[in-house]
Design a protein around this ligand. Sequence first.
Ligand code: PLP
Length: 417
Amino acid sequence: MRRCHRLRVVRLLKPPESARIWPNQSTPPQRSTVSQLAPLQSRLPAVGTTIFTVMSALAQEHRAVNLGQGFPDFGCDPSLLEGVTRAMHAGLNQYPPMTGVAALREAMADKVEALYGRRYDPATEITVTAGATQAILTVILAVVHPGDEVIVLEPCYDSYIPNIELAGGRVVRVPLVPGTFEPDFDRIAAALSPRTRAIIINSPHNPSGTTWSEAQMQRLEALLAPTNTLLISDEVYEHMVYDGQAHQSASRFAGLAERSFVVSSFGKTYHVTGWKVGTVMAPAALTAEFRKVHQFNVFTVNTPMQHALAEYLKRPEPYVNLPAFYQAKRDRFRTGLAHTRFKLLPCPGTYFQCVSYADISDLGEDAFCRWLTTEVGVAAIPLSAFYADGFDQGIVRFCFAKQDATLDKALERLAQI
Ligand SMILES: Cc1ncc(COP(=O)(O)O)c(C=O)c1O
């Protein structure tokens, strides 16, 4: 198979008859086809194909309901699309300012002030990014020097650890308490050292769905107060917090805000994960360093989307109503799962529902997810994918950002186990 592919490439590279210029030779000069390039030394040798890609391919192959990857299977508000079209037709298609479209930065400043009580200066403290993933990598490249330590709380989003490694930093992994996924402050305190450059937190939390309380944020604030440790606060699910709770943004806490890069994403909030637009908010001195790297990393983020988002952000209803929208989906899904043999873990935030399958199988998480996809027809993600050492606790993650019909179909299948 491989050889056939190579032959085809060689044939394609051969110039057409008319282009051959070997006037006095009966045979063309032979060029070596063996590459002289030494194999690349990987910057990220431990990274392979992600489980998300593997499970999605498996889901497609077996026509499974894909509750694995974390994105909606429904569209966004049509008025947001109209905003993009309007911006494009108005000629807003060239590079915007490196820091982002001013109207979007201003709209974010207003929103964050209204919600969390802190005013970030749009000129010096807010930068528009190509989604949260780029934002987090750029923060890390901007602040982490080789040998610096960065604390990550596992399970964690899969980009954090490779990002730290790319910067030459040392990853210090601290587990969230298995089962409850609460932060363990004694272990965080023990992990802090004079070399700790940053700690990354994520609330609401992917994959566990837990949220940090006000008391927990205050505890972190007190813990970091005597240190030189920066906080990277990944808040991409900030508008998916349920049961009347409030999101505890790092920007609400003066002692945290002064050392924080607060990362947000419009993709999650407005059902447009493929747009990849987000923001980083940080005090001016931190933002200045962030922008130095951002400038030579992406430079700018697509213009018409930024204008459309700036316009749309003026209306609070879409994000104010988002908790009720997703809470209804969460409740529908949980009610259905209660009639299965899965054990539900609490889900106070995000669009992820974790379940234990201890009563169903003693397979490892990876094998269980493959079985679930191929034999039951529902794709999920093993929690072990969010641990560097593949820690396996018999828990898998479903994504309920799906149409009700999709959820019902999955529930019907899960109920048969
Ligand atoms: C915790 C967390 N952070 C960051 C991201 C990436 O967000 P974006 O799509 O804006 O890059 C995700 C996406 O799944 C996520 O779950």
